[in-house]
Design a protein around this ligand. Sequence first.
Ligand SMILES: NC(=O)NCCC(=O)O
Ligand SMILES: [Zn+2]
Length: 481
Amino acid sequence: MSDTLLIRGGTVVNADRETRADVLCVGGQIAAVGLDLDAPAGATVVDAGGQYVLPGGIDPHTHMQLPFMGTVTRDDFYSGTAAALAGGTTTILDFVIPDPKQPLMDAYRTWRGWAEKAASDYSFHVAITWWDESVHADMGTLVREEGVNSFKHFMAYKNAIMCDDETLVRSFRRALELGAMPTVHAENGELVFLLQQEMKAQGVLGPEGHPLSRPPAVEAEAAQRAIAIADVLNVPIYVVHVSCAESAEAIARARARGQRVFGEVLAGHLVVDDSVYRHPDFAFAAAHVMSPPFREKTHQEALWRGLQAGHLHTTATDHCTFCAQQKAAGLFDFSKIPNGTGGVEERLAVLWDAGVNTGRLTPSEFVAITSANAAKLFNLYPRKGLVAPGADADLVVWDPAASKTLSVATQHSLGDFNIFEGRTVTGAPSHTLSQGRVVFAQGDLRAERGAGRYLKRPPFGPQFTALGKKAALHAPTSVLR
Ligand SMILES: NC(=O)NCCC(=O)O
Ligand SMILES: [Zn+2]
């Protein structure tokens, strides 16, 4: 089979502009972008007339095959990445999450093994769940030898994977030294734990207790604390799944002061609200249990505004699927419901429909927040997140007129629920290309088990150069540097 493919007649959209152009792909990479390109002999031709050609989506926050809260997610690295490809996402950044006291390198090797079946390209953030000298050393090995350039810190999940402040400080400092981005799941785990006990003592045992034990102030406190620590240490910081106005404002304030803080928003938090937790059917309400929880509707507009204004940068899903039977572990105690929801397949369509079709986003802004910004922040750019010669031929031919109704009945994910159930969206991929190969065409998913590659991401992305200069200028003012 020829490794040459021409996408003809579309409008190429990058984060900076839209332009009418054909795209020639050879050997898994983009060879040319221009008007009226000739199709080489034997090339496959994809007709993109009336459609957009976008960089493949990058979901910077997924959990495939995650062992969590006593069970393991339904989607593994094959089914999860296949679902991603069906929705136009061609790269995922997943998480290695060591058990406390587990050597980082052990966990990393385990996750690398699990991910060998991935159908799309992938990379890993590594979570810092405990601290000693071996963690310090392994962070160095991961960055220098394994291409890991981001470390995750869970400020929630007390008595499990929660980081205390000492670990945050030590790990942020080490990340700075290594040129790696610290990221945080910002929820105050002590407060969550206390509020969970209080809810249960008051007899609130059902899923409605989940958002009550994790109010916006609990998220905002942690976001502000992490941002303040990062400021003192002069390290950039990326806040995952910003779900409420208070956290978005904390990021905006820090950015207005000149701090390099970056924020991620989940597709679910933009369109699903907290009324789901008050549904009388336990299975329905529990299927929405994820952290931070879905919020009152007013927060959604704050998140959209953050994306528009540029103080929130990426969109993700936190794809983490548990089925009804697994969720039933918390039938009599909401704090035992495994946290997680899906969405890797629906993210692009939901964002296009609720973002571009409503005028909240331009197509170029859509590209920025669905691929280009994540590629830049995690140092995959311009290999990913850009339609240009030399980039990987990970592309989506996006039909802005295609309409479909999102449903568990038609999804490719192995989860048994769809948080976007019944939502009719306009705008969907007609074709997805991964490494120059058509992996999804007009509803036909051709994902190949094991075809995905592990992506090494070099340290010292551009934000580190800027911070280095700033530190050199201001060094004497801080005793901590
Ligand atoms: N988000 C969630 O509810 N589950 C996955 C683990 C995490 O990211 O907190
Ligand atoms: Zn997560």
